[in-house]
Design a protein around this ligand. Sequence first.
Ligand code: GLN
Length: 483
Amino acid sequence: MNELIELTAAAAAQRVRAREIDPAELFEAYRARAAADDLNAFTWVAPRAPAGEYPGDAPLAGVPLAVKDLFCTEGVPSQAGSRILEGYRPPYTATVVANLQRAGAPLLGKTNQDEFAMGSSNENSAYGPVLNPWDRARVPGGSPGGSAAAVAAGLAPWAIGTDTGGSIRQPAALCGIVGLKPTYGACSRFGMIAFASSLDQAGPLTRDVTDAALLLAHMVGRDRRDSTSLEFPEAIRVPRAEDLSGIRLGVPEELTGAGGGVEPGVRESFEATLARAEGLGASVEPCRLPHAPHALSAYYLIAPAEASANLARFDGVRYGLREDGEAGLVSMYSQTRSHGFGAEVKRRIMLGTYALSSGYYDAYYGTAQKVRTKIAEDFRTAFERFDFIVTPTSPWTAFALGAKTDDPLAMYLNDFCTVPMPLAGIPAISIPSGLSDGLPVGFQLAGPAFSENRLLDAAHALERAIGFDGSPARRSGESAARG
Ligand code: GLN
């Protein structure tokens, strides 16, 4: 395999900075692999390396970046996995992407995703499913399945995605990479095509924890174009911790017990990781999150409610698809929306509109908001005794393509362990903890708001002790490059 591909993004950046690697050659090595992608991970690949200055002195040193399709990128297709935005090329770039470009990470390509980020398997994309490089008969997770598969297969050194109910962490877990969902407000949402605005957060999907820290450091910050964004209270540091002495880990029975339906192989890997954490000096004790089992129900009211409002703008007038334009306004709206949106998006719009309708508003949306508050309180109480709450990221490993497409409730259960954190607005990271039957398992750590530096440190110490080897998936990506 091309030795450039074996370098982590941080290592590649360092070698570019030392003038040992030519950034144009690095870009081209990845561009060739991304262009030969046979996982359907990319929906657009840059035709050539960006012209311009030698980026060796920029903090990200020219290491190319894969970007989930729902981030607006000026002049480049930004379709959010939807037919209704087919061919849409925005006139501006999302703040997070612009920040990363300014820091020296040029755009390598746009990655496939579930339509409007609704899904856990990437099977809801209008541009077809993405294959998992560990086993091409299986899903990569979702919604940014393309970003996760591209990083795992070595088609991109690193990528960004968005997490509304688990979408960075769950595909990271299923593809054997690292995924971090930051504190709500840490990254600007400007230019991110919205799903559920009170939950959506951008974050890194990377090969290791150090790469996640490096990328996140240039994503965070207040943006006057997103009034919910905040100044991150400290600089994001490169994690260096090698042990967990003094760290108290809480294991919530509500998410890890029998109710979560955790597969035996996932449980085994989770318990082995807890034992490793103890070996590194952490204490591990049970903790309580009494309302966490209701997080999924609250999420599947709040997220569709916000989605139904956000998606009202796709009406055939302003962006993308327009059908039946001559037949009158109402017919044009309904033809455009019925042909432009896929089945899952329609399901969410109907659920959300119903939950917000007068007469039902208090009973559904109002109750869900109260549950959300209780969930946030549970975490606050737990963090009085614990530094981090830990769970398996997903109850199971990557499942077969098609296995859950006919059963939306089974699909929604993917997010059982990842949904409580965005409801509480707190950060969480997933790191690979090993393999079960040859498929990666994810271990999740969640911390209080703005604890990203501590989270990254703890994840870094654990990552070193686990020593996960992601190279089999990159070799699978190699066949793509030859293909
Ligand atoms: N799988 C969840 C959903 O379908 C979460 C998706 C996300 O975080 N964007 O809504």
